[in-house]
Write a protein of this length. Structure first.
Lengths: 172, 438
């Protein structure tokens, strides 16, 4: 197996990866597979074949060993998500306080089905399982940002801010 | 970006959440100004046996779900195998209804770190990992920063507090899998594999991370350790009730006026939590049911909750469990069939597929419950749901199968009338005759 990196990431991510390969016991670099895949996806947009082969090379495992891991973890995606991945929780705590109607509203407002990406690649939508915001439900995540007590109106404002580029630039 | 949380309540007993409202609560300066790392300073002067005895006397029990006595768990770890040993923190919080570890790491990560360092010192481990679920990506940065601060102050790294003992600590991320909250699946995931649970025994205490002896506890459990050494086992134990010491974070969600994460002593009355701390059921409605310890715990009807206290033994006696401390409160308008359906959809999604009773059981329960909820149910479904759930219980490789079967069995057993009513309604509205089931 070649030790030459064929794919390079941003300097910050390269530094993170270099550290990752040192934190596990000797000979246990396979441990870095899942974190590396997730962090690479954050930068590349998905875990495509190139990422799979690169992670395999760096961790000293076969691409197949990386590939089989991807199928297990729901956050790892083989195709690019939208620039903003909108995740609506509908599990029981959110369900109790209106997540089903929020989920209906989200699909209607975005004209997207579950796991679809908008034509311009800006927004993708997913119905997700419990994200750990039960006491502040209903909750959504946009990429990794949590939004609590989300009403349909809040949702529309958030989406508008994604579209006009103001998202994250002011406190929501 | 400012995230909105609930306000604290005067009836709370704030021990591990005492810093949550402070400015810069996550920084080591805040932590040190409020007796942070004093527990470690005490523990590091003690023998491993004395540390374990202190933990046993504190009656601290695992906060992840099982409620196993922490001191006992630590005592099972062999300390003379010559193998390296590991300390693993389970921050893969994903039991529906539970959102406390997230707050603990966001608001006070040093508490968890200090607990892990004490665990490390106890078994002279040199390495620890904090397994954080992938969705909590922002917490990786917060916890990494806290780890860096702890290194700078000499609470991590070489020769900690002059003891001659070294300990390194790292974060590790999952990537979306409920199953990885099960300890042996978590260890597989930590090794870069699919999170398929391991056959037990051997338990992680003996053969854990990287095939070595391991202390593996929930985030809140580790966060509860420092104060026990700072204020004493007796003080901590007396906060709670006999056999269940201390306080815990309860995550209340659903139909209450003030849902939130609140810290209460073990043995706190459930209705006091619902009516006083959480301000009662919203919109003046009546209570119908409580799911008391995350979605895996069997539901309780309102009348079963009247004199119930929130602790491991009282809830076990009521044939449910304190679990992860996530209470979902459901009012009189709740459609129990819909809750049961959503619950099983979750478990079917999260079943890893490794063992047949879980993979097939959750899938078929889901199919039947979805059809039933959508108005296509038949009379025999109600018993079938109960039987399927009963046949999964105790027959799956890991607790996920039980976690799916227990709540579904309870929904049907306790709210059979709602299933019957749903069926009646389906029959009345359906144009086609009932399916014939042979």
């Amino acid at each position: 197996m070649s030790t030459v990196n064929r794919m390079t990431f941003s300097p910050a991510l390269e530094a993170r990866f270099a550290k990752l390969l040192t934190i596990y016991p000797t000979g246990r670099q396979r441990s870095a597979v899942v974190p590396m895949l997730l962090y690479a996806q954050d930068e590349v947009g998905c875990v495509n074949q190139e990422v799979i082969e690169e992670v395999a090379r760096r961790c000293g495992v076969t691409p197949l060993q990386v590939d089989e891991v991807i199928g297990y973890y729901s956050m790892l995606h083989r195709k690019p998500l939208g620039k903003f991945h909108v995740q609506v929780c509908t599990n029981i705590a959110c369900q109790a306080v209106g997540a089903e109607s929020l989920w209906d509203h989200a699909r209607e407002a975005l004209k997207l089905k579950n796991k679809e990406v908008s034509a311009d690649g800006l927004i993708s939508l997913e119905e997700v399982e419990c994200m750990g915001a039960c006491s502040w439900a209903p909750a959504i995540q946009i990429n990794y940002d949590f939004h609590h007590f989300v009403t349909n109106g809040d949702f529309d404002k958030l989406i508008a801010s994604l579209r006009d580029g103001s998202y994250g630039k002011k406190a929501s | 970006m400012a995230i909105k949380y609930n306000d604290p309540h005067p009836l709370e007993v704030k021990v591990i959440s005492q810093r949550f409202q402070m400015a810069n609560s996550a920084s080591i300066d805040t932590y040190l100004a409020t007796e942070g790392y004093d527990g470690l300073k005490k523990a590091i002067t003690m023998t491993p046996e004395a540390i374990i005895d202190t933990l046993k006397a504190s009656n601290l029990r695992g906060r992840g779900g099982a409620g196993f006595p922490t001191g006992m768990k630590w005592s099972f770890v062999p300390r003379t195998t010559g193998k390296p040993t590991y300390i693993i923190c389970n921050s893969d919080e994903s039991e529906p209804g539970t959102c406390k570890d997230r707050l603990l790491m966001e608001k006070d990560p040093h508490q968890m770190i200090e607990g892990m360092v004490i665990a490390g010192f106890t078994i002279k481990s040199n390495k620890g990992y904090i397994f954080i679920r992938g969705e909590y990506r922002y917490l990786i940065d917060i916890v990494d920063k806290a780890i860096e601060e702890a290194y700078k102050k000499g609470f991590l790294g070489k020769n900690i507090l002059g003891s001659g003992w070294d300990f390194d600590l790292y974060t590790h991320t999952g990537a979306g899998a409920y199953e990885c909250g099960e300890e042996s699946a978590l260890l597989e995931s930590l090794e870069g594999k699919r999170g398929i649970p391991r056959l037990k025994p051997p338990f992680p205490a003996v053969v854990g991370a990287f095939q070595s002896p391991t202390i593996l506890n929930n985030c809140e459990t580790f966060a509860s350790v420092p104060v026990i050494f700072r204020k004493g086992a007796e003080w901590y134990s007396n906060l709670g009730i006999p056999k269940s010491g201390g306080t815990r974070l309860t995550c209340v969600s659903g139909h209450v006026n003030r849902p939130g994460v609140y810290e209460i002593p073990l043995g706190f009355p459930m209705m006091k939590l619902i009516n006083e701390i959480c301000g009662g059921i919203r919109n003046g409605k009546k209570l119908k049911a409580v799911i008391p310890g995350g979605s895996s715990s069997p539901v309780l009807k309102a009348d079963e909750c009247v004199d119930l206290t929130l602790d491991f033994d009282a809830l076990a006696k009521a044939k449910t469990m304190a679990g992860s401390g996530g209470l979902v409160i459901l009012d009189e308008d709740t459609d129990i069939v819909a809750v049961a359906m959503r619950t099983i959809q979750f478990y079917a999604h999260e079943s890893c597929g490794w063992c047949i009773p879980c993979r097939e059981g959750t899938t078929w329960l889901k199919k039947i419950l979805v059809r039933f909820h959508e108005g296509g149910g038949v009379q025999s479904d109600i018993d079938l749901i109960g039987e399927l759930a009963a046949n999964m219980l105790g027959r799956t490789f890991c607790p996920l199968g039980d976690a799916a079967a227990m709540p579904i069995g309870a929904f049907v057993a306790k709210f059979r009338d709602e299933f019957e009513a749903k069926l009646k309604q389906s029959r009345a509205t359906k144009k086609s005759p009932d399916l014939v089931v042979v």
